[in-house]
Ligand binder design. Structure first.
Ligand code: PHE
Length: 327
């Protein structure tokens, strides 16, 4: 082995041991750099006698090329390793189980509303909507509700201004509908209503479903038949439905409807209803001699209470997940 071969071998073992790009650079500087040993060999060429130059120069050049090749090979190997470890760091392990995602469900109130919509749709009622912030005119005046009525009291109703309030029932939708549709009319409308009440069977914000049917020759028999059929379809044929005389300014005659619960020992009022008052028809420009109708307003939470045996209406707005998951 001559000096050149030995030099190659030494540098080669050095390069083999190298573990990072910094070390490669150090070796490059030590060999091919300005003051590197290969560089100084190159410089030596010109100092040699003419006849030795060609042979020596070729050997140094070979050496230089070998070292360059070794260094560049090592550089690519190290660069590839760096890339690989970086992409491993960033990669996704498909074998790790994913996070558990719990599937939500429809809220019990919406569920009951949907069921009511289904039952009344089958009897020919269409769904309409109305605003929760209502005009005093639609909430009271147009519904023949005089100033002296307790529902209009400041203590019972959430007023926003003198003319605006949070609707106390869904009945204003009756007026809005009759202003926009010609009879015959059959509509239902569900949504939030607001009253200053709070106990086991009353909430300050609860849900009602309004119903209105206007046609020729509608009688209280239609009202009774429709409501009895709907309630028994919703709650079961075994339920007893009781019609109790009542007073509403916007219906005449008026009834409240109770349903048996707690093993038929008790009654729970589920809706108010009646034959649309002639004044209400006049207020929307319908001739009471030609058109009659019935209307009802049903408490959605009350239906849910009967359906699932819930004793306290305050469970609904608590949003306690254990409760909500029961249905
Ligand atoms: N709006 C009445 C209430 O909330 C219920 C009702 C509706 C009564 C329609 C008669 C007709 O108590």
């Amino acid at each position: 082995m001559d000096d050149f071969e030995m030099l190659v071998e030494t540098i080669k073992t050095q390069i083999d041991k190298v573990k990072d790009l910094d070390e490669v650079e150090k070796i490059r500087v030590a060999t091919l750099g300005k003051n590197g040993n290969i560089t100084s060999l190159m410089k030596k060429i010109s100092t040699l006698p003419q006849e030795e130059r060609a042979n020596f120069g070729k050997k140094v050049n070979d050496l230089k090329m070998q070292i360059e090749k070794l260094l560049s090979e090592k550089t690519s190997v190290l660069k590839a390793e760096v890339l690989k470890s970086k992409s491993l760091e960033r990669s996704i392990d498909l074998t790790i189980p994913g996070p558990l995602r719990s599937v939500g469900k429809i809220h019990v109130i919406n569920h009951v509303i949907n069921e009511c919509v289904e039952v009344f749709s089958k009897m020919g009622f269409n769904v309409v909507e109305g605003p929760e912030i209502e005009n005093v005119y639609y909430n009271f005046e147009a519904l023949n509700t005089p100033q002296w009525h307790p529902a209009r009291d400041l203590h019972d109703t959430f007023y926003i201004s003198e003319t605006l309030l949070l609707r106390t029932h869904t009945s204003p939708v009756q007026i809005r509908t009759m202003e926009n549709q010609k009879p015959p009319i059959r509509i239902i409308s569900a949504g939030r209503v607001y009253r200053n009440d709070y106990d086991a069977t009353h909430l300050p914000s609860f849900f009602q479903m309004e119903g209105l049917a206007i046609d020729r020759n509608i009688s209280i028999a239609d009202l009774k038949g429709t409501l009895e059929n709907a309630i028994k379809t919703l709650l079961g044929k075994d339920k007893i439905v009781r019609f109790r005389p009542h007073y509403f300014p916007f219906t005449e005659p008026s009834v409240e409807v109770d349903v048996s619960f707690a093993g038929k020992k008790e009654w729970l009022e589920v809706l108010g209803a009646g034959m649309v008052h002639p004044n209400v028809l006049r207020n929307v420009g319908f001739d009471p001699e030609k058109w009659q109708g019935f209307a009802f307003g049903m408490g959605i939470e009350r239906i849910a209470m009967l359906k699932y045996g819930i004793n306290d209406i305050r469970e609904f707005p608590r949003n306690y997940l254990k409760f909500l998951r029961l249905f």
